[in-house]
Design a protein. Structure first.
Length: 271
């Protein structure tokens, strides 16, 4: 069975602007060799861009079964899930089972009710390659028993739910690589500028180069599964790294722009 997803399209272009701030000299504290340190604080800033595309499609929803007795409902649901799992595997996808909710309807006294009392609902996701024929697969899943759509599978209203999402897998790792590329570009351009004053000895950023803030924003607004349209906006700082953007509602390329600010501390001994 083929299980690998298509590789993400990743195109990075970089440019950087740099600046430097030197802190005032510390109070003289002569050492035995006649030198004392003067701390230096340098600030580097850079801009960069990255294009990425989702590499995973998700069909989100649920399947339900009703019966007079709980065991009969569970047995019916498990048979439907087995058929669905087999079909999804044929399409090189993965069936992910989530919450299973069991409900029983309380009958009203002296009022007949034709609805079967016990119902079990299985929330699920079907993970597929982003280029899979998702519409044809969705149609087959409905034939196999998929009857709840969207994340809120207990919602019995007529409100429409987005059933197909797209996702960039391992986004945090890709953003870390994006940050490193932005850092390297900012350091290289700063080293080539008069502000560095010949301090740089290598094009490789030093290990003690400190991140202050890394802002990432999509150039275009994107539709959100919970409603509305807004750009992706991620703020990464030295103290906090939290990456949890919403899923995409289309298999579209996302154009990201990054702005990074870094500081470099250097003690410069002088007579």
């Amino acid at each position: 069975m083929r299980s690998s997803l298509p590789a993400i399209l990743l195109v990075v272009s970089l440019s950087a602007t740099v600046g430097a701030i030197s802190s005032p000299a510390a109070s003289p504290d002569p050492q035995e060799d006649g030198f004392y340190p003067r701390p230096g604080l340098f600030q580097l800033s850079g801009t960069c861009s990255m294009d990425l595309s989702p590499d995973q499609a998700l069909i989100v929803g649920g399947m339900s079964a009703s019966a007079l007795k709980p065991e009969d409902g569970i047995s019916q649901l498990d048979k439907q899930l087995a058929a669905m799992r087999s079909y999804v595997s044929e399409k090189h996808g993965e069936l992910v089972l989530m919450e299973r909710v069991r409900t029983v309807k309380n009958p009203q006294p002296n009022r007949p009710d034709d609805e079967i009392p016990f119902q079990v609902v299985q929330r699920l996701q079907v993970k597929l390659p982003a280029d899979a024929p998702v519409d044809a697969i969705l149609q087959k899943l409905i034939e196999l028993g998929l009857d709840r759509f969207g994340d809120n599978v207990m919602n019995v209203s007529n409100r429409r739910e987005a059933v197909i999402h797209f996702r960039v897998a391992n986004l945090d790792a890709k953003l870390k690589d994006f940050q490193q590329r932005c850092t390297a570009s900012a350091w290289k351009d700063w080293c080539a500028s008069p502000a560095s004053n010949g301090i740089c000895t290598s094009d490789t950023p030093p290990a003690d180069l400190e991140l202050q803030i890394f802002n990432v924003r999509s150039k275009d607004p994107l539709m959100r599964p919970d409603g509305g349209t807004a750009p992706w906006q991620l703020n990464i700082s030295r103290a906090q790294r939290y990456i949890d953007p919403p899923d995409l509602l289309g298999n579209v390329m996302v154009h990201l722009e990054g702005n990074i600010v870094l500081t470099y501390h250097r003690d410069e001994p002088h007579p």
